[in-house]
Design a protein around this ligand. Sequence first.
Ligand code: URA
Length: 231
Amino acid sequence: MPAYKTRLDRFLATALQINRRAVKPLLATGKVHLDGQPARDCDTIITRFTRVTLEDRVLQDHAARYLMLHKPAGILSATKDAEQTTVMSLLPSALHSRLHIVGRLDKNSTGLLLLSNDGEWSNALMSPGQHVEKTYLVRVKHEIGTECVEAFSKGIHFPFEDVVTLPAHLEILEPTLARVTLTEGRYHQIKRMFGRFRNPVLELHRTSIGKIQLDPTLKPGQYRALSADEI
Ligand code: URA
């Protein structure tokens, strides 16, 4: 979603159906408030999340939303799908408007899924240049060999895209359980990386994205708003 920013005079002219020249005298009355403070300048830049009021009239009030969901297996990480159940079915419809997913998980993957209506925030978090760390617990079918650790850290060539994956950290926790940390998000990335060792992934669970950890009190299917610190 593109970040929405506009000049205050343009916003008011449209919202009130008045000429832009009429905005300056209106602001001089002190009756227009932005997030509770009187607005003075026509060229003030507002966003979609700025609360704009004219006396008792609310002209714009879109709350920014930042949610974490404990995604259960078997549900699609999408906002819409013609046939399959999506993660939106786990959220009340009052929260659906303009919500998008910040870093998808495969249908059978579980764990931390972020959703927001603030495109600027999600881009800052997930744009490829940011290299934000995403951590997963991965259960595989066969014992994980130490050669995997080196291969993951060197990078694995994906012939379809002709790219080498960025260095990934693989920590073997049990013979068939590992913690994997990626700084990118390619299609089925972890499954394809283990696939190179003919080791099918049985369970894949995301525990963190950057500094945001999946809240251990959330059961599969439950969600909560992010705290100010997490945002
Ligand atoms: N890698 C995968 O293969 N699947 C996911 O859902 C996430 C990372």
